[in-house]
Design a protein around this ligand. Structure first.
Ligand code: NAD
Length: 351
């Protein structure tokens, strides 16, 4: 056993079908009396229902959450928070809505109860990415970490199949990078392998029958573990490339992770073969090609060109990706990254 340091983030996690009915109890336990419920426009009705179910504890809904947490949206939500005399937020949704709750808490230290409905994992990290004038910056602070997370698989039954697949691959990417993180520890490595196993086993069932609560539970359990890894150890080349492609070329978040994961895993598998072996075995021995085949069988997007990236942007993407690189097990070299991006753009199966 190598030396390690393990610092866990404080978390209260409640898991189970129907458990979102416990939001009011959790708010009371935190000493909150007036919660503002957050959502995207697409999930407004669910948020209204949750607000009604909170009785006097719910003071209203702000359904304006948007991808990449634009500062203007946060400011509007904060005005609403203050007008309504709220003291807490309940975020119902995926990473966009959870990001808005975090952005509010970062500014006024409001308590957050989060009910995640995708597999992105933001609910268990103290990290907030926000955008101002088109520039995305990231901050980390204990006030950003939600106090309570309620995982209710029933609320994921309606997550469209395509988004379930890309979101799950997004979650797996956190765990793959967690396995070779410089500051990894035995606990995050256990969580990473188990999280990937749970997602790998449950996703075919989610696709066959999106309303299967057993498959959905297992997928949500896996996403919790992968998200916890993201919130605990450092990320590397894969996340750097996805942040570059999302931030500078406006590519969609989960889909970009889904396309890139087989290629970044292939890039790093030689340099991190020992720590990646348990998950490589889950995918037939070769992690890069195994993940590609898995994603392909699930109908995930396989090529950056299908997400709207232009071939002439690949040079600039490679230049940006090697600027201030995150630590990575294999050196991040411009030419090798340019080749990786070309293969990901074309959708070529990694070897
Ligand atoms: P999202 O939150 O943007 O959701 C995409 C769409 O799906 C939205 O319209 C949403 O309302 C809808 N949706 C969500 N759950 C649904 C459900 N169960 N049924 C029907 N529709 C549903 O997507 P995401 O991938 O979860 O989040 C992406 C954002 O989260 C990005 O901005 C990313 O940067 C951020 N993120 C942050 C962290 C972090 O730790 N800070 C981690 C992961 C992702």
């Amino acid at each position: 056993m190598n030396d390690f340091i393990y610092t866990s983030n404080p978390a209260r996690v409640i898991f189970g079908a129907g458990r979102s009915r416990q939001v009011a109890d959790e708010l009371r336990a935190l000493g909150c009396q007036r919660a503002l419920v957050l959502a995207t426009p697409a999930q407004r009705e669910d948020a209204e229902r949750l607000n009604d179910a909170l009785g006097g504890l719910g003071v209203g809904v702000f359904a304006g959450a948007a991808m990449h947490t634009p500062i203007e949206v946060t400011e509007e939500a904060l005005r609403r928070f203050e007008q309504l005399g709220a003291d807490s937020v309940v975020a119902l949704g995926g990473g966009s809505t959870i990001g808005l709750g975090k952005a509010i808490a970062y500014r006024n230290d409001a308590h957050q109860v989060v009910v995640p409905t995708t597999y992105a994992g933001s609910e268990v990290t103290p990290i907030l990415g926000q955008t101002e004038n088109g520039i995305k910056t990231t901050v980390s602070s204990p006030s950003i970490l939600p106090e309570v997370v309620i995982y209710d698989p029933e609320l994921t039954l309606g997550l469209p199949v395509a988004m379930s697949v890309t979101s799950a691959l997004n979650a797996m990417a956190h765990a793959v990078e967690g396995l070779y993180a410089r500051n990894r520890n035995p606990i995050t490595s256990l969580m990473a392998v188990e999280g990937i196993r749970a997602l790998r086993e449950s996703l075919p069932g989610v696709i066959r029958q999106p309303g299967d609560v057993v498959a959905r539970s297992s997928a949500l359990y896996g996403s919790w573990l992968c998200g916890t890894v993201l919130g605990t150890v450092g990320m590397a080349l894969h996340h750097k490339l996805c942040h570059t492609l999302g931030g500078s070329f406006n590519l969609p978040h989960a889909e970009t992770h889904a396309v890139m994961l087989p290629h970044t895993a292939a890039y790093n598998q030689g340099a991190a073969s020992d720590v990646l072996r348990p998950v490589a075995e889950l995918f037939g021995g070769n992690l890069g090609s195994g993940l590609y085949d898995f994603a392909s069988a699930l109908g995930a997007p396989l090529a950056l060109k299908d997400l709207g990236l232009k071939e002439e942007d690949l040079d600039r993407a490679a230049d940006l990706a090697v600027l201030n690189p995150y630590w990575n097990p294999r050196p991040v070299e411009r030419e090798a990254i340019r080749e990786l991006l070309q293969r990901a753009w074309s959708g070529i199966r990694p070897q």
